[in-house]
Design a protein around this ligand. Sequence first.
Ligand SMILES: [Zn+2]
Length: 117
Amino acid sequence: MSKADLERYQAALQQLRLRLTGDVTHLVDEAIRGQENAKRTPAADLADQGSDSYEHEFTLSLLQNQEQTLEEIDEALERLRLGTFGRCEECGTAIARARLQALPYTRHCVHCARKLQ
Ligand SMILES: [Zn+2]
């Protein structure tokens, strides 16, 4: 992989990271607000709480996925520094360029990713 390619992937990863950290902050706010609303809900409104807590759980699970993706991005940035970026962690072959462009933080080639799913 050329230096220009590596720089492009690094820029893409950092952009993605910035976007996700912005979204995560937003989601944390929403999750906290959800908890506060639940505390303030008067007994008469208890019937509505079912759907509220479902939405709350949904927000939390989104948050978890984003944190996971952030970790993947950080590890991909680390692989860029170490010079192992773009190689499949499972079989060691080079990951296809189209796959890296779509998912710059992926650690597996398309073949191993399917196998591992
Ligand atoms: Zn592989």
